[in-house]
Design a protein around this ligand. Structure first.
Ligand code: 4NP
Length: 153
């Protein structure tokens, strides 16, 4: 299975989601391909935010080699599932995808944890380390559900 994690900047939330799901898939013996991207192009080529790197490292996950890239329409064909963090990300993925838009592939990631709630993974960009820990916890729980749900794919 090929999974893409998407947020706005690809600097705080989706790099954590990529690192967490990669670690959990590996631990479960799954050969999934996992990547992340941002709908905005503000930070292309940059590593994840230092607090995302720090919080991941506290949990034994190294995301330092990730580099920011922007979501592109071809990703809609390339990936089997595309997880977004909030409804703005959803609308932007839809807009950028154009004719390639496939709503069956795109899911608010917290709906895997709390189906039907359309909850948001809060953007920690202006926050403190505590906010990054909160985001890590939400994404880790959601990724556990994703592994449970799709481990046979
Ligand atoms: P992210 O957070 O979407 O979780 O990566 C943000 C990072 C950067 C910006 C916004 C959100 N920015 O405006 O530069």
């Amino acid at each position: 299975m090929k999974v893409l994690m998407v947020c706005l900047g690809n600097i705080c939330r989706s790099p954590l989601a990529e690192g967490i799901l990669t670690a959990k898939a590996r631990a479960a013996g799954l050969s999934w391909q996992i990547d992340s991207a941002g709908t905005g192009g503000y930070h292309i080529g940059e590593p994840p935010h230092s607090l995302s790197q720090k919080v991941a490292a506290i949990h034994g996950i190294d995301i330092s080699s990730q580099r920011c890239r922007q979501f592109r329409a071809a990703d809609m064909n390339e990936f089997d599932r595309i997880y977004v963090m909030d409804s703005d990300n959803y609308q932007e993925v839809k807009r950028i995808s154009g004719d390639l838009w496939n709503p069956d592939k795109v899911v608010l990631i917290l709906n895997e944890l709390m189906p039907g709630t359309n909850d948001t993974v809060p953007d920690p960009w202006y926050g403190t380390e505590k906010d990054y820990h909160h985001v890590f916890g939400l994404l880790s729980d959601a990724c556990d559900r994703i592994i449970e749900k799709y481990h046979t794919v």
